[in-house]
Structures are given as structure tokens and as C-alpha cells.
Design a protein around this ligand. Structure first.
Ligand code: SF4
Length: 304
């Protein structure tokens, strides 16, 4: 398979996601988040380009996949990265996948997702949106190419009103940068008011390039970050450093308490703390509704 592949984040034993596929129409991502890990394995990571003959390859892959499993769009580049506005590859994929009754999970930081509400609201689809802060100045530093956090919150409201189940990804939480309890509560409260059903939270996992970008952008936090990750943290395989387990648990327990107070379900992501999870799946795929019966009927792909 070429553009739809089994979701398998480097065979990470900490991943608790149920079986699913992943499909990215683009290589690289223009949101250029400072903490992003794709720069450790994708050349020119923040210069997004479309996959060659993407729709043709998608149609070919569909003949080989297990139709019962969800397809996650996307895990190593945002499906609504800036070129999508004119290239419409994500929209084309949604027309095909949702039109045939596949289960789809959209993961994004862009309110461009609302452009495709006509397809999303009729299909077997859930949407996860990442919001790491509501502070505009901080968001511009952390996620310079993504939609403003208030626009992402608005997307939650619009999607929820259209009965599209939504997940908030509060990910990553970075100590000293966006871990203030009051700020996190603001995000959680607004998400709950916007109709979000489930929250996935995770602490920053440091790879050398992401940590370097973070330290350059927040020099006052440099010593603390280096101490927490490189001296006291846990080194995992593939050059990834985690915060000390006790601190991860403390942060995520605090988030879980807030999430429960505001009436949503909670899960952690690749933390080794799945005892904190209280939802049927960690990733929110349990929210995918069954509106359309799966069909192998070939719908013609039409550019819009
Ligand atoms: S949106 Fe995701 S893939 Fe894109 S730069 Fe940000 S973290 Fe990386």
C-alpha cells in the first residue's frame, strides 16, 4: 500500500491506539510547529508538497485495506496544510472515503476543515483539533502557520452544532511554556462549552531538533528544559526524551481532573499512563458515528 498504511508509530510500545490506518495527502506541513517531530525524519519538513498521483494511489490502496478499520487523516502532516486550500486533495479523499462509508478521523490545527463540513456532517467522521494555548502571542510562537486558537475553538462550535463528534488534542504540554493550570482550564472549559466530547493530552517528547527550536524560541526556559529532559528525563529509543515519569503523571492527572469536571472523557497519548484513561479508545475513534453503510460502489472522484 502506498498512501494508506497501517498506523504504527515506530512500533512504540506506549501507543495504545486501536488498529487503524493513516493517510496523508501531503509530505511535510506548512504549520511549522516549533515542537513538531516530523523534521527528524522528513526532509524539508515545513515545505509541504502534495503526494504525486495521490487520488489514483488512494483508490488503488482502498482495494487492499480492511474496510472495518478507521482511516486517520493525517498523522505526519496536517491534512489542511496551506496548499490544501487550492489543491483539494484532502477534500477529494473525503469525497471518496466518506462517500463509500469508510470511517474517517480528521486531525488538524486548521479551521479550513469547516470548508468540508458538507461532506463531514454526512459521513462516518470525527474531527480532532489540537489547541495548546488560547494565548495568541504564545500560539504564534508555537504554531506559526496554524489557525488562531480562537478560530479552532470556533471550528469546534460549528462542527458540534452539525453533530460531528469532536476531540480536543491538548498536545503537547510543555513545562514552563503552556502548563499553567489556569490557562489549561481556560482551554478545557471553552472546549467543553463548544461541544467537545473527548480530550487527549500528552506532554512534549523531546527530539534533538524540536528541543533546539524550543530553546531558541524560549531562551529563558533553556536551563529548565535541558535539566528536565536531558538530565532528569527518561530517554526512549530513537533519540526521544520524556519528562520524568512523576512530573508527567502530575501534569496529566491535573488535566484529567479538569476534563472530568467539565464533563468530557479523557485519555493520554503514548505516556505509559493509560491507567488515567477513562474512554473506550485513547484517540477518540470510538466517537465515529455510523451514518453511512460501507459500500464498495465506485464513486467518481470529482474535483471541486
Ligand atoms: S500541524 Fe502537526 S505535522 Fe504540521 S507542523 Fe504542526 S505538529 Fe507538525
Amino acid at each position: 500500500m502506498e498512501v494508506i498504511t497501517p498506523f504504527d508509530p515506530w512500533k512504540d510500545p506506549l501507543c495504545t491506539c486501536p488498529p487503524k490506518y493513516t493517510c496523508s495527502p501531503y509530505v511535510g506541513c506548512g504549520h511549522a510547529c516549533i515542537y513538531c517531530y516530523i523534521s527528524s525524519y522528513i526532509p524539508r519538513a515545513f515545505a509541504p508538497r502534495p503526494k504525486v498521483r495521490f487520488i489514483k494511489r488512494l483508490l488503488r490502496d482502498l482495494r487492499k485495506i480492511d474496510h472495518r478499520l478507521p482511516i486517520s487523516m493525517a498523522n505526519s502532516s496536517d491534512p489542511y496544510t496551506p496548499p490544501e486550500e487550492r489543491l483539494l486533495l484532502t477534500r477529494g479523499a473525503l469525497q471518496i472515503l466518506l462517500g463509500r462509508g469508510y470511517k474517517v478521523q480528521i486531525l488538524t490545527k486548521s479551521c479550513l476543515v469547516l470548508r468540508d463540513l458538507d461532506l463531514i456532517r454526512k459521513g462516518n467522521c470525527t474531527v480532532s483539533i489540537t489547541i495548546t494555548t488560547l494565548d495568541m502571542k504564545l500560539a504564534c510562537k508555537l504554531e506559526p502557520g496554524a489557525s488562531a486558537p480562537r478560530e479552532r475553538m470556533k471550528a469546534f462550535r460549528v462542527l458540534s452544532r452539525a453533530e460531528v463528534p469532536c476531540t480536543l488534542r491538548l498536545d503537547p504540554i510543555i513545562p514552563g511554556i503552556n502548563d499553567d493550570e489556569k490557562e489549561l482550564e481556560r482551554v478545557i472549559k471553552q472546549a467543553s462549552e463548544a461541544g467537545v466530547k473527548h480530550v487527549v493530552a500528552s506532554t512534549f517528547k523531546a527530539r534533538p531538533d524540536g528541543l533546539k527550536r524550543l530553546i531558541n524560541a524560549f531562551p529563558k526556559q533553556a536551563d529548565r528544559l535541558q535539566e528536565l529532559y536531558l538530565e532528569r528525563g527518561e530517554r526512549k529509543k530513537r533519540m526521544v526524551w520524556y519528562l520524568p515519569r512523576g512530573l508527567r503523571e502530575e501534569i496529566l492527572k491535573m488535566v484529567k481532573t479538569l476534563v472530568e469536571e467539565y464533563g468530557m472523557t479523557f485519555a493520554t497519548c503514548r505516556e505509559g499512563l493509560s491507567h488515567l484513561n477513562n474512554s473506550p479508545t485513547c484517540d477518540g475513534t470510538h466517537l465515529i458515528p455510523s451514518r453511512v453503510r460501507p459500500s464498495h460502489h465506485i464513486m467518481e472522484y470529482r474535483s471541486v
